[in-house]
Design a protein around this ligand. Structure first.
Ligand SMILES: *Cc1c(COP(=O)(O)O)cnc(C)c1O
Ligand SMILES: [Zn+2]
Length: 389
């Protein structure tokens, strides 16, 4: 019996199907993201919510809805199944009695990037890939390097030279080759592609391979399970490449088909910083594509993405969910970090702090109300950003 209901890959734009048994990047016909598809009708007959609830406390509790065929290819460091922390005091201050933080700092390598890279590396192993490469300005490089170490794979990571020191050091401590590049993440990607063309390195860039998304979608499954299969009203998600937001939206759809959830889905809020807000700008102009953000500058390194490869999928999720997009200045997010640490004992990363700042704005505008159940994603550990204090 197969342990997964994964069947094939489908292009998010032109709908062409692709084999799940050979290496795939993005759609060769239209250059858009490929999505993993499952036989959810079969899964619906076999899998129940009760079965899931008895399982181990990692994202592998959703095993059948993840794309790895053979268990022997799973590369795990204990990722996922992170806590929901009810933040009463912050909630009281904002007039939101049902406010929680989904604490992603507890993942391996200290950020939710572990979820995506766990799946990407496991699938790379299954497909026989020996060397992987990625541009990273923050936590993705360390997460890739950690899973590559566990999988005995060689990782090549291209980082802008202003990447936080911890991110550079962790990647090289985990055994990756780190290449520092003048410029931003787009320049690092350019350098990587120059080097990669003469090699067999596989590109693990956000949304340019299909499986990081599958790891990130587990945040959506966890939210449903942790809220007793009734999703919150509002989700605030600090958005760079958008993998988690797109992934959660995919998970909600899958769970509807599985019959696990019903009713209204959450309003998705994409949070960026004032120094790099391409999704916010596109949302305000009601567009389905963003423009490259010139001179992106923010201390929230995970949000320093001038143009997300899957921007259309991010924007579609915001429109479909009745959500919004908001930007927060760097000085506001630093203030929120200090404030929430002293108030709640949670050391937010700047990206998570931006999401708290965005929530404060939404409450003031009356867009989030006291009756709403609200979840803010703290996507990584504040401990990795020591140079900010
Ligand atoms: C990468 C990153 C983000 C952005 O995540 P995406 O899924 O790429 O939008 C947010 N916060 C932290 C801490 C990150 O490392
Ligand atoms: Zn296509």
């Amino acid at each position: 019996m197969s342990t997964t209901f994964f069947t094939h890959l489908r292009c998010s734009s032109c709908n062409r199907s692709y084999s799940p048994h050979v290496i795939q990047a993005f759609c060769p016909a239209c250059n858009k993201t490929l999505l993993a598809e499952y036989d959810l009708d079969a899964a619906r007959r076999f899998l129940t919510r009760d079965m899931i609830q008895k399982r181990e406390g990692t994202l592998w509790r959703y095993r059948e809805l993840l794309p790895v065929f053979d268990d022997s290819n799973i590369v795990s460091l204990g990722e996922g199944w992170t806590p929901i922390i009810h933040t009463e005091k912050l909630g009281r201050e904002l007039g939101l009695p049902f406010l929680s933080i989904k604490e992603e700092a507890y993942n391996p390598s200290g950020s939710f990037k572990a979820r995506g890279l766990c799946l990407a590396v496991s699938k790379a192993k299954e497909l026989g890939i020996a060397e992987v490469a990625m541009p990273s300005a923050g936590n993705a490089g360390g997460a890739l390097a950690a899973y590559a170490a566990k999988a005995e794979m060689k990782a090549h990571i291209f980082m802008p030279n202003d990447t936080p020191a911890v991110n550079i050091k962790e990647a090289s401590l985990y055994g990756a080759s780190v290449y520092l590049v003048d410029g931003n993440i787009s320049d690092a990607a350019k350098k990587m592609n120059e080097r990669r063309s003469a090699t067999s390195w596989f590109d693990m860039s956000t949304m340019k391979e299909p499986y990081r998304l599958e790891g990130k979608k587990t945040m959506g499954y966890e939210l449903a399970e942790q809220f007793a299969w009734k999703l919150p009203d509002v989700i605030l998600y600090p958005t760079g490449g958008g993998t988690g937001l797109i992934g959660m939206w995919k998970a909600f759809r899958e769970m509807e088909t599985l019959g696990w959830i019903s009713g209204k889905k959450p309003r998705m809020v994409s949070v960026q910083t004032t120094g790099c807000a391409p999704i916010v700008k596109a949302f305000r102009e009601r567009r389905r594509e963003s423009e490259f953000w010139q001179n992106a500058k923010t201390s929230a390194s995970g949000l320093r993405v001038p143009k997300a490869f899957a921007d259309t999928l991010i924007l579609d999720a915001l429109y479909e969910s009745g959500g919004t997009a908001i930007d927060v200045s760097d000085s506001e997010l630093i203030r929120e970090m200090r404030h929430v640490a002293a108030l709640e004992g949670i050391f937010l990363c700047p990206e998570g702090a931006a999401a708290v700042g965005a929530l404060r704005q939404l409450v003031m505008q009356g867009d989030v109300k006291p009756a709403d159940t609200v979840v803010v994603f703290n996507t990584g550990s504040g401990y990795k950003y020591v140079e900010l204090y």
